[in-house]
Design a protein around this ligand. Structure first.
Ligand SMILES: Nc1ncnc2c1ncn2[C@@H]1O[C@H](COP(=O)(O)OP(=O)(O)OP(=O)(O)O)[C@@H](O)[C@H]1O
Length: 341
């Protein structure tokens, strides 16, 4: 469905010397600098997959998505979406893709939402019956009824995003690109949006490429994630795999009885770390360790040999922690691939 090979995008940025002199100088001749935003990305996404495309700020996510949607022309490499080269056949490409770009709207600002949908119906030449059925379904799942008569500019962020999503899926596109669809929304709206996306995928087999900084979105929607860093793919595989590959960090929280002066026992000195404690709750301690170095059971037994433990909880590794670690660590130069098909 989506085939990308050695894709690169270099931006040419005009450079100017500082001050008035620089401004005047730049009128006569310009210096340019090249920013390599995407440095040779290859990936294949099959029909019906829901893939999380993640990376730190500035990693090159939006630039990739802009090339997939045909907004930007690559500097080099190949892109094919449903057999079409997006930037060469923008119109044809548009008929089978949908997109939501975080803060931007594709709805018409000053007219009621329902009329925006009517316009999209004409633009995409959606048959009347299909349009009515699809809209009725979306109104139901996304609770749009009270919003249909209101102009977009009067909607709250969450209301607007629900309307945006409906617009992106209205013509039953084969592929939908979602760039930060839940940014700034409250939990209830996030839940509704996630469930809508999953429903669309189950019902119409829509392929979804999702960019988000919200790892909960990823865990709930995607089976596969692609992590990019500095314009390159550094991981492509299942969430399960990343957890087992990198998620060996564990945390155990202990509540000690009558003990405010905890010190990490000697046996644990090289395999575990004590996390900073709250001044007023010194009896509550959290210890992090890697399951490669020591098992949770061993660690607990060592602590219990030295202290009286009133309570303990073992925390699961969170995908947030793992991904943060991957962004932050020197993993950047390594490529971790896993076969998922
Ligand atoms: N139009 C542009 N001209 C010049 N440089 C750009 C342009 N757009 C993006 N860049 C640069 O390219 C790099 C990648 O940007 P991009 O927007 O693709 O990142 P991103 O992964 O989507 O980040 P974020 O999570 O912040 O949205 C950044 O260093 C950015 O400053």
């Amino acid at each position: 469905m989506i085939e990308v090979k050695d894709l690169a995008k270099h931006y040419k940025i005009a450079k100017r010397d500082p001050g008035l002199r620089g401004a005047v100088k730049s009128l006569f001749y310009r210096k340019y600098e090249t920013k390599e935003a995407v440095k040779g990305i290859s990936l294949t996404i099959n029909a019906g997959e829901m893939v999380g495309y993640i990376g730190a700020n500035g990693a090159g996510k939006s630039t990739t998505i802009k090339m997939l949607t045909g907004i930007l022309t690559p500097t080099s490499g190949e892109v094919k979406v449903n057999g079409i080269v997006p930037y060469e056949n923008r119109k044809q490409n548009a008929s089978h893709i949908g997109a939501v770009f975080g803060q931007r709207t594709q709805l018409f600002w000053d007219i009621p939402v329902r009329e925006s949908y009517e316009l999209l119906k004409h633009i995409y030449e959606i048959p009347q019956k299909q349009y009515e059925e699809t809209l009725a379904e979306f109104v139901d799942v996304l609770h749009l009824e009270p919003l249909l008569g209101i102009p977009v500019r009067q909607l709250s962020l969450g209301q607007k995003m629900r309307c945006e999503l409906a617009a992106a899926f209205l013509h039953r596109p084969k592929v939908v690109y979602l760039d930060e669809p839940t940014i700034g929304l409250d939990v209830a709206v996030k839940v509704r949006i996630r469930s809508f996306i999953k429903q669309m995928n189950a019902r119409y087999g829509t392929t979804v490429l999702l960019t988000t900084h919200d790892m909960q979105d990823i865990e709930e929607i995607c089976q596969r994630i692609i992590i990019i860093d500095d314009g390159r793919v550094i991981y492509d595989g299942s969430i399960q795999n990343i957890k087992s590959q990198f998620g060996d960090k564990r945390v155990i929280h202990f509540e000690l009885e009558n003990s405010d002066d905890f010190a990490l026992p000697q046996e644990l000195a090289h395999v575990a770390q004590l996390m900073p404690r709250e001044e007023e709750e010194l009896h509550k301690i959290s210890i992090t360790f890697s399951s490669r170095d020591i098992s949770g059971a061993e660690l607990i037994s060592i602590i219990m040999n030295h202290y009286t433990v009133a309570d303990l909880t073992i925390a699961d590794p969170k995908i947030e922690t793992i991904v943060e670690e991957i962004y932050g660590k020197g993993m950047k130069k390594e490529v971790h691939h896993e076969e998922v098909h």
